[in-house]
Design a protein around this ligand. Structure first.
Ligand SMILES: Nc1ncnc2c1ncn2[C@@H]1O[C@H](COP(=O)(O)OP(=O)(O)OP(=O)(O)O)[C@@H](O)[C@H]1O
Length: 787
């Protein structure tokens, strides 16, 4: 998913050409004549010539036969690998005629001759070691496309086939491939060598170790920001969260199988099939490059081959891509080289849109959130464990129920089978076993549910207890606060009263003092007047004895009065001092009360805070209790649901058992009937056998007897025949006499009959006469009566 990324910049596919040096094969077959007329790496120019046919090309770089592996790597691969480390996808692939150095360029051999793949791994791990700001996860995958099949080269015996899939968020990805984590260049090399051994190669006329498949080596890099403990602390202090984003990029290193002219390579049999497949895939690649180079929104046939499908993102998609076109130097391969270079020229027109693949590291984010959640739920951890255990238990119960269900289904099938077969089997033991199991399970589940319910009830009771304790505490604190408030009000009231009293007393004293002052003033005025009067009188009357006496009397009186006034003033002053002392004591008391009030107010503040905290806590606990109640309710519902399901299942099971019972009864009846039938059959068979035996015996006896019987019969019949003949003669004789007698009797009978007829006729005549006589007699009687 592209959570956030730098705006996709259009970047052309970089195309480089590498010319292989002449080898013995070339020289022995075609000599030293070359098609390469001119190369200029600085300008990327390459000119091929065959007689008058001159072809000029321009690429990003041209590596001649003397080029070194590290030069090629630095120019072709290094920028792409750097981008991949940064977070872009990258592809480097080699294309060219068979035997021109694709595998040499991509894989190479050891030391200085190492190719792009090992050098890329090296670059990646060198960077990782020097980077202290980020953490990396590197995984490696290696596959080949052979005869249009994707095969895992690291795990060639994997059961799952590799498929190219597309995710709307992730884009193209490979399912079923083994991604092996690696932590060093060595790990990468071991996997590459191991995979390379599993690759399909063959000896061909063009290359003694020709790759017969397209190999794709993939390095996946996941990069996230690394924090030290102090940095994390610093962030936490600042209330900031650590950066949870990460980049996820893949480097595809593709060593294509080489194109070849079948007529030239003289491939046959399976080699020919391989060559055809390779050429078809390369043709599909050429078509895609052509369509992409045209830039007219043309349809790009990526789905024409596995290779193009796999390279879909590398060509015109989200990737930085470099292509190395390899050609042979020989003039004999002029045409193949030209067509490879034309492919390269077209590829130069393909534009990609690489994007920085920044994604949120959901794993880390999850872990962080989980940690926070754990911290929040610290108090509830026991409950969470309990909940997890319960969930596990429920899942277990559900699976057990499902098992029971399966058992039931199996039982039903067995019953069905029994029904179908109508076999008489001894299932009572089996049935008994299942009944026992079911009743055990039922008892177990009932006990478990009861236990859980008791536990939940206990927990709820505990929570209720805590809540009620807190409420009591809360109430108690409220009462204390009220008490303190009352005391405070009383103290205030008393202080006010004391102040008022003090004020009153002060006023009273002031009034009295002013009254006394007025009295003193009056007395002084009176004294002065008296003095003046006396002086006047003394002056007028020349001071006689009596007057002196009166004067001394007055003087004494005045002194007395003065003394009295002085005493009164002293008393008042003493009293005033006492009042002042009282006032000071009251003021101290007032200060004390104010201090007490302040401490009470402080206490009140603390208590209010405590009360609000308790109230919050109580709300939280109530919320938690509610949550727990809800969870408990859900669990209870689940339990009820499970119980219901269990009951349903039991009911169904009972139905099935009933059905099975009735079926068993039917089977029993049938079997009884069958048994009876068999018994009857047996009896009948026995009887029949017996009868047959008897008949057989009888027949035998009869047979035996019949001979004797026949003899006897013959004798008997002869005797009888003689006897019968005698009897016959006698009978004929008696018959003759009888016939005679019969004739006589017949004659007699005829005579009798005649006589009878005669008698009958005479009887009828007589009867007629009698009737006429009777009529006449009646007539006569009637006549007599009338008369
Ligand atoms: N630049 C080079 N310098 C030295 N030797 C090379 C170079 N390029 C290729 N070679 C040699 O040429 C031979 C064929 O090369 P290589 O196997 O890499 O070709 P290829 O294009 O992968 O062939 P194929 O498509 O058949 O697999 C090998 O022996 C290889 O070592």
């Amino acid at each position: 998913m592209q959570e956030e990324g730098k705006k996709a910049k259009v970047e052309r596919v970089m195309v480089h050409v590498r010319i292989r040096p002449f080898n013995d094969e070339d020289i022995s077959r075609y000599g030293r004549e070359t098609s390469v007329e001119f190369t200029d790496d600085s300008r990327g120019t390459l000119i091929l010539r065959k007689e008058y046919d001159k072809k000029s090309f321009n690429f990003d770089s041209v590596f001649d036969a003397t080029s070194r592996q590290d030069d090629v790597f630095n120019r072709v691969a290094e920028p792409v690998v750097s981008s991949v480390i940064e977070g872009y996808n990258g592809t480097i692939f080699s294309y060219g005629q068979t035997g021109t150095g694709k595998t040499f360029t991509m894989i190479g051999s050891s030391g200085e001759l190492q190719g792009i793949i090992p050098r890329s791994a090296q670059q990646i791990f060198e960077y990782i070691q020097s980077c202290h700001t980020h953490g990396f996860t590197i995984t490696v995958g290696f596959l080949q496309i052979y005869m249009e099949m994707l095969q895992d080269l690291i795990n060639p015996n994997a059961d799952k086939p590799i498929r190219i899939r597309e995710d709307p968020e992730e884009g193209l990805y490979l399912s079923g491939i083994t991604w092996t984590p690696v932590s060093s260049v060595r790990d990468c090399m071991e996997l590459m060598n191991q995979g390379d051994k599993n690759r399909n190669t063959a000896f061909t006329s063009m290359n003694s170790h020709s790759s017969r498949s397209h190999a794709v080596y993939m390095i996946k890099i996941e990069k996230r920001v690394k924090y030290s403990g102090e940095q994390l602390e610093e962030l936490e202090k600042r209330g900031e969260k650590p950066d949870q984003s990460m980049t996820k990029s893949t480097l595809y290193l593709v060593d294509l199988a080489g194109s070849e002219r079948v007529s030239k390579s003289k491939a046959a049999g399976s080699r020919l099939d391989e060559a055809k497949n390779i050429n078809l895939a390369l043709l599909a690649l050429g078509n895609c490059i052509q369509a992409l180079a045209d830039k007219k929104g043309k349809y790009v046939p990526f789905r024409d081959s596995k290779l193009t499908r796999l390279l879909e993102d590398s060509l015109g998609g989200n990737s930085k891509t470099s292509l190395v076109v390899t050609i042979g130097p020989s003039l004999a391969h002029f045409q193949e080289s030209v067509s490879s270079l034309q492919f390269g020229s077209r590829a130069m027109k393909v534009e990609n849109r690489p994007e920085l693949n920044i994604k949120v590291d959901y794993k880390a984010l999850c872990a962080q959130l989980q940690a926070e959640l754990d911290r929040i739920n610290d108090g509830n951890s026991m409950w969470i464990i309990e909940k997890a255990q319960l969930t596990e238990r429920i899942n277990k119960l559900v699976s057990e129920l499902e098992c029971a269900n399966d058992d039931k289904a199996e039982l039903a099938i067995t019953i069905e089978e029994l029904k179908a077969k109508g076999k008489d089997i001894n299932i009572s033991a089996f049935e008994q076993l299942h009944k026992e199991e079911i009743s055990k399970l039922k008892a177990y589940y009932t006990e478990e549910i009861r236990k859980k319910e008791t536990d939940h009830k206990k927990q709820l009771d505990d929570y209720d207890k805590i809540v009620s304790e807190l409420e009591v505490n809360n109430q108690h604190l409220k009462m204390q606060i009220l008490d303190y408030e009352n005391k405070n009000t009383n103290a205030k009231h008393e202080l006010k009263k004391a102040r008022e009293q003090l004020e009153q007393e002060r006023n009273d004293r002031q009034i009295r003092i002013s009254q006394m002052n007025a009295e003193i003033e009056d007395l002084q005025r009176a004294l002065t007047a008296e003095k003046a009067k006396n002086e006047k009188e003394m002056l007028v009357c020349n001071l006689d004895e009596k007057s002196i006496e009166t004067y001394s009397k007055y003087e004494q009186m005045i002194r007395k009065d003065e003394e009295n006034f002085r005493r009164t003033i002293e008393e008042y002053e003493t009293e005033n001092n006492i009042v002042r002392g009282n006032l000071a004591a009251l003021s101290i008391e007032r200060d004390k009360l104010i201090a007490e009030k302040t401490s009470l107010l402080n206490k009140l503040g603390t208590l209010t805070k405590k009360a609000s905290h308790i109230a919050k806590e109580s709300v939280r606990i109530r919320g938690e209790t509610e949550n727990h109640s809800q969870e408990f309710k859900i669990l209870k519902d689940n339990n009820t649901y499970l119980q219901n399901r269990y009951n349903d299942l039991l009911a169904k099971y009972d139905e099935v058992i009933e059905e099975k019972d009735s079926l068993l009864n039917n089977i029993k009846i049938l079997s009884k009937i069958h048994q009876e039938f068999i018994n009857n059959e047996k009896t009948k068979t026995a009887q029949l056998k017996f009868i047959t035996e008897e008949v057989y015996m009888t027949m035998k006896n009869m047979q035996r007897m019949s001979i004797r019987f026949q003899e006897k019969l013959l004798y008997f019949l002869t005797q009888k025949a003689q006897h019968i003949t005698g009897v016959k003669k006698d009978v004929i004789k008696s018959l003759g006499s009888l016939k005679e007698k019969m004739n006589i009797m017949q004659e007699n009978m005829m005579k009798s009959n005649d006589m009878c007829e005669t008698y009958r006729l005479s009887y009828e005549e007589l009867k007629k006469e009698l009737d006429e006589t009777k009529k006449r007699l009646k007539k006569h009687e009637d006549a007599c009566k009338k008369n």
